[in-house]
Design a protein around this ligand. Structure first.
Ligand code: AMP
Length: 355
C-alpha cells in the first residue's frame, strides 16, 4: 500500500497535486477539510460547530477529525493506498493515524511537503477565494490565522516524520505538471526504499527461522547425548554420531542513479533471500533426519531396557533356588540329626549289652 501524507500550509497546492496522484496511482483521497465542508453543506450538528471554528481560521478538535478519518479508512478496506490531505495537522493526529494504520497492517509510506513562501500562499488563497467562495480564503486576517496555526501546530510534524525517515521536501512553486513530475520521480525513489526495507525485514525473519532450526538442532543433540548416556549406563559401547534541471537535472540524474543502485541492491538482496531460503530448506532436512535418528535411538534404548529387565528376573530366580537350597539343607540336617540319634541309640544299646 502507498500511503502518502500531503503536507504544506494552506494554499501550497495539496488539493491540486492530490488529483494527479489519484489518477496515476489509484489512491483514495482523504481530505479532512473537504469532509468538514461536506458536513457544513449537509447542515449537520458537527457541520454547524465546525463552520464557526473554520471561519476563524483555527483548527477543529483532534477527536472530530480523527474519527472522521477512522470512518473513511474503515469504508475503504480494499484501497491501494490513501492520500492524506490536510491531515494530520497536529502530533496527536499523527500518532492516532499511525495507530489506525497499524491496526490495518499498514503504515505511512512518506510525507510529501510542498514548500511555498507566505507571500505566495496569501496571493494564491485570495485568488482562490474569488472563485471558491470559501469564507476562510477571502479574508486576509483569517488567512494569517491559518498560516499561524500551521506554523505553530502543524509544522512540528516535519520532525515527527523526519525521525522516521519519511519526510520529503518538494518545491511547491512552479507549474502544476512540473511539480507533479518532481513528485513522481521522488516516489520512484521512495518505493524502492520501501521495497528494500521490506526485504531487510524478510531477511531478519529468515534469520529468525534459521535460529529456530538451530535451536531444534541443539535440542536434538541434547537428546542424542541423553541417549548416549543411557547406552553408556547399560554398559554398551556407544558409537558417537557425525554432526551435521541544469543543477536540478544533475540532482535528478544523481537521484535516478541512486534509485538504480538501490534497485540493484534490492535485487542482490532478493538473491540473498533466495539462498537463505535454500539454507533454511537444507536445515529443515537436516533437522528431520536428526529427528529420525533420535527416534530410532529411542527405540533402540527402549528395547535395550527390555533386554536388561529380563536378566533382573533371572537374578530373582536364584532367590527361589536359594529358598530351595534352604529346604534341601533342612532335609540334610534332618537326615544328619536322624543318623546321629540312631547312632546314639545304637551306642546306648551296645553299652547295655556290655554291662
Ligand atoms: P483545509 O481545506 O485543509 O485548508 O481546511 C480548512 C479548515 O478545516 C482548516 O482551517 C481547519 O479549520 C479545518 N481542518 C481541516 N483539516 C483539519 C485537521 N486535520 N485538523 C483540524 N482542523 C482541520
Amino acid at each position: 500500500m502507498l500511503n502518502i501524507v500531503l503536507f504544506g500550509p494552506p494554499g501550497a497546492g495539496k488539493g491540486t497535486q492530490s488529483q494527479s496522484l489519484i489518477s496515476k496511482y489509484g489512491l483514495v483521497h482523504l481530505s479532512t477539510g473537504d469532509l468538514l465542508r461536506t458536513e457544513i453543506a449537509r447542515g449537520t450538528e458537527l457541520g454547524v460547530k465546525a463552520k464557526e471554528i473554520m471561519d476563524r481560521g483555527i483548527l477543529v478538535s483532534d477527536d472530530i477529525v480523527i474519527s472522521m478519518i477512522e470512518n473513511k479508512l474503515d469504508a475503504n478496506p480494499s484501497a491501494n493506498g490513501f492520500i492524506f490531505d490536510g491531515f494530520p495537522r497536529t502530533k496527536a493526529q499523527a500518532e492516532a493515524l499511525d495507530d489506525l494504520l497499524q491496526k490495518k497492517g499498514t503504515a505511512i509510506s512518506c510525507m510529501l511537503a510542498l514548500e511555498v513562501d507566505e507571500k505566495e500562499l496569501t496571493r494564491r488563497l485570495l485568488e482562490r477565494g474569488k472563485e471558491s467562495g470559501r469564507a476562510d480564503d477571502r479574508d486576509e486576517a483569517t488567512i494569517k490565522n491559518r498560516i499561524n496555526e500551521y506554523n505553530n501546530k502543524t509544522l512540528p510534524l516535519k520532525e515527527y516524520y523526519s525521525a522516521e525517515g519519511k519526510f520529503h521536501s518538494i518545491n511547491g512553486i512552479g507549474s502544476v505538471s512540473d511539480i507533479f513530475n518532481v513528485i513522481q520521480n521522488r516516489l520512484v525513489f521512495i518505493e524502492a526504499e520501501i521495497e528494500l526495507t521490506q526485504l531487510e525485514n524478510d531477511l531478519e525473519h529468515l534469520d529468525l527461522t534459521v535460529n529456530d532450526f538451530e535451536q531444534v538442532n541443539e535440542v536434538s543433540s541434547e537428546l542424542k547425548r541423553d541417549i548416549e548416556e543411557l547406552q553408556h549406563a547399560e554398559n554398551s559401547s556407544p558409537k558417537p554420531e557425525k554432526k551435521a534541471e541544469g543543477s536540478k537535472q544533475k540532482a535528478m540524474s544523481s537521484k535516478k542513479k541512486a534509485v538504480s543502485s538501490k534497485k540493484k541492491a534490492v535485487s542482490s538482496k532478493q538473491k540473498a533471500v533466495g539462498s537463505k531460503q535454500k539454507a533454511v530448506g537444507s536445515k529443515k532436512k537436516a533437522v528431520s533426519s536428526k529427528k529420525k535418528a533420535v527416534s530410532s535411538k529411542k527405540k533402540a534404548v527402549s528395547s535395550k531396557k527390555k533386554v536388561k529387565a529380563k536378566p533382573a528376573k533371572k537374578k530373582a530366580a536364584p532367590k527361589k533356588k536359594a529358598k530351595g537350597t534352604k529346604k534341601t539343607k533342612k532335609k540334610v540336617v534332618k537326615k544328619v540329626v536322624k543318623k546321629k540319634t540312631a547312632q546314639k541309640k545304637n551306642n546306648k544299646k551296645a553299652g547295655k549289652k556290655k554291662k
